[in-house]
Design a protein around this ligand. Structure first.
Ligand code: NIG
Ligand code: FE
Length: 392
């Protein structure tokens, strides 16, 4: 116990994600308290049992809900421009195709480092204000060694979770020469960029990269020390999910078009299925079969997929509401997926739950329970956010 620590008391309902601490998988404790200090969780339990002199400062949240900060394991927030008109055209009947990515590639290449950094910082702040305390960021709108490299630097300026999305879509200068692009990624881009990233990602989809091309990029990334994650099965049935499981990827993301065999493969492997309902919402796609995945025992994460093409939202509460309403996840499952699930997708053991020793990343809701995140869609319920114990 230390005078520099803070007691957060009067918590109406606390999600710990620690089943040993409280009720159910969310480890729910009512009338709870948390002590945070030195950036970490120091004590968790019922208010009635707070140790004497636990902390020098006391914050009374007056019955509000507290939960772990959201772990958003999938974003593309390094980009120039926007695609509002493409969105509007889609809402009146146009179809979404991976080719729209090239519009943002052109705008990103044309943007200065400063403009890219300012946009990424703006979106990180927007996400944080909505309760996100861990945000993965992908490159993918540069698609040259130079532009991916500066995108990596911008991403690293706002996050520790940086992904090299080396093969997002073949850029225009490689039109009709996809294999040449893949060879350039393997021979030049990965060697230049790998030391500054943690993850390697590819868009395995019709109109983007084939199974063989995706496997070649991912294995080259793995040989360079990166851990794979995959964009798969977003727009059609395909090889993405199976490839991710085969390579032991940390996560396969989207997972919208799945066969029984895909669900079985995920259930038998260690790859997390990260669902991105914001993208399905903004592209008028169908939603993933979350129930089949959950009922088969697959670990499911929820992420916002913030990007200018398919999902221009940083709001995890919005994604939780969609997951519950449209994907038949229970509110508890959705909240778990956006916290502990995201942590699993990023292989993090220090975030996504409120257990002694973990990072003091937590959000206070303007509501008595986490259920309100889905129950009150569109209402800004996140009232306070602590990141490593510091209120921001
Ligand atoms: O996750 N699927 C590929 N990448 C992004 C979309 C990128 C874009 O349209 O700009 C996604 O949805
Ligand atoms: Fe994405």
């Amino acid at each position: 116990m230390s005078a520099g620590w803070t007691l957060i008391d009067g918590i109406g309902s606390l999600v710990t994600n620690d089943p040993e601490e409280g009720e159910g998988r969310l480890g729910l404790i009512r009338d709870a308290a948390v002590v945070i200090g030195d950036g970490a969780v120091q004590w968790v339990g019922p208010s009635a049992r707070v140790p004497d002199g636990a902390a020098g400062t006391r914050i009374d949240v007056e019955g509000r809900a507290v939960l772990p900060g959201f772990v958003d394991s999938h974003s593309h927030t390094v980009f120039g421009g926007d695609r509002a008109e493409e969105f509007a055209a889609r809402m009146t009947g146009a179809a979404y195709g991976a080719g729209g990515i090239r519009t943002t590639i052109a705008a990103t290449r044309a943007a200065s480092d400063e403009a890219l950094a300012a946009n990424a910082a703006r979106l990180a702040a927007e996400a944080r204000a909505q309760g996100t305390t861990t945000l993965e960021i992908k490159t993918g709108y540069g698609q040259t060694v130079l532009d991916e490299s500066r995108s990596l630097d911008v991403a690293a300026g706002v996050s520790d979770e940086v992904t090299l999305l080396a093969a997002h879509v073949a850029p225009p200068e490689y039109a009709g020469r996809q294999d040449d692009y893949v060879a350039m990624v393997i021979d030049a881009m990965i060697p230049a960029c790998a030391p500054r990233a943690t993850w390697i990602d590819v868009f395995c989809e019709e109109g983007a990269f084939s199974e063989e091309q995706s496997r070649a990029v991912l294995t080259a990334g793995m040989a360079a020390g990166l851990v794979p994650r995959v964009h798969g099965n977003q727009l059609s049935y395909g090889a993405g999910v199976r490839l991710a499981v085969e390579l032991g990827a940390a996560s396969v993301d989207h997972v919208t078009y799945t066969t029984d065999a895909d669900v079985e493969a995920l259930a038998g492997g260690s790859t997390v299925a990260t669902l991105l309902p914001g993208a399905d919402f903004s592209t008028r796609n169908k939603y993933p079969d979350a129930r089949a995945l959950l009922d088969a025992g697959v670990t499911v994460a929820l992420a916002a997929d913030c990007n200018p093409g398919t999902s221009y939202t940083t709001s995890i509460p919005f994604c939780i509401a969609l997951a519950v309403r449209e994907m038949y996840m229970s509110p508890d499952e959705a909240v778990w997926a956006a916290t502990a699930g995201g942590a699993a997708a990023l292989r993090r053991t220090d975030v996504g739950a409120l257990r002694v020793g973990m990072r003091a990343d937590l959000t206070v809701l303007e509501a008595p329970s986490h259920l309100h995140l889905a129950y009150r869609p569109g209402v800004p319920l996140v009232s306070r956010v602590f990141s490593a114990g510091v209120e921001r």
